[in-house]
Design a protein around this ligand. Structure first.
Ligand SMILES: [Zn+2]
Length: 277
């Protein structure tokens, strides 16, 4: 009897989490538009942003300053997109093992099981800026808030270009050189690919690269890539390496390297390629 009761309870809890997940994914997609007028900045950087003294996020990132408020990123980057990455899996008999945005863990106590929820959030503008954040809480919604906040504070800018010898078009559709990233036993290598290749990489990393604005890439992985958290962190580490690597000024011309935002010309090219396909 006790076994049945606990099983029923588990199933009910499972269904609840399912519904919450659907709601959260919906909300994050619909949640758009930041009200700059009613925002009250607390830090000196935030005040400068509100008074339009700083108008570009690259000004902050180039100086290596720490961003301490979400509002700074929200007001400086228009059309910011968010994505929740699938890092966990559902339990239970019926269709168990499906990918979930929550990684659910439990602690056994005298009162019963204490669940915790962890979420990985990804923030980007599809144009050379990307941020990742990990949040963990006893409830599902605060975990998302934490993850989103950390993702916005962790924002970095990337280098894009055309490092593929088969292509050589000098357009920023891929990465300018191969980079490696590591977290735990997971190693990931991103390799420049010619135009039209697409993202030949694991599905969660695809979401990250898409938000970063990279269109073509090849990849190699090594280690326990089942551990999604480590794989995602390794991918972010590799993207950080794009800006860490020192490149001489002549490579900027040869490979068409662009840091951060691209010009309007490239966007037009993107539209053209869409029409052709
Ligand atoms: Zn190219």
């Amino acid at each position: 009897m006790t076994d049945n009761n606990t099983e029923d309870k588990n199933n009910i809890a499972e269904k609840k989490v399912d519904n919450v997940e659907k709601q959260i994914v919906k909300e994050t997609k619909e949640k758009q538009g930041f009200d700059k007028v009613s925002w009250k900045p607390k830090t000196s950087m935030g005040k400068k942003v509100k008074n339009d003294e700083i108008t570009d996020i690259d000004e902050i990132l180039d100086r290596g300053l720490k961003i301490l408020e979400e509002g700074i990123v929200d007001s400086l980057i228009q059309n910011i997109n968010t994505e929740l990455l699938l890092i966990g899996q559902s339990k239970g008999k019926f269709g168990g093992g499906q990918r979930r945005i929550f990684k659910q863990t439990q602690k056994k106590t005298q009162e019963g099981n204490k669940p915790h929820f962890a979420i990985y959030a990804c923030v980007g503008d599809n144009n050379g800026h990307i941020g990742l954040g990990y949040g963990k809480s006893k409830e599902t919604v605060p975990a998302r808030e934490k993850a989103l906040r950390r993702a916005k504070l962790n924002i970095i800018k990337l280098r894009r270009g055309c490092g593929s010898w088969q292509c050589g078009c000098k357009m920023p559709h891929t990465i300018p050189f191969a980079v490696k990233g590591k977290c735990g036993s997971c190693t990931i290598e991103l390799i420049p690919a010619p135009k039209g290749t697409g993202l030949c990489i694991e599905s969660e990393c695809q979401k990250i690269l898409k938000l970063a604005g990279i269109k073509d890439v090849w990849s190699k992985t090594k280690g326990q890539t089942k551990t999604k958290i480590n794989l995602i962190s390794a991918c972010f580490d590799a993207l950080k390496n794009l800006i860490r690597v020192k490149a001489g000024s002549r490579y900027f011309e040869e490979l068409g390297i662009i840091e951060g935002k691209t010009t309007e010309k490239v966007e037009e090219d993107g539209k053209d390629s869409d029409n052709q396909s």
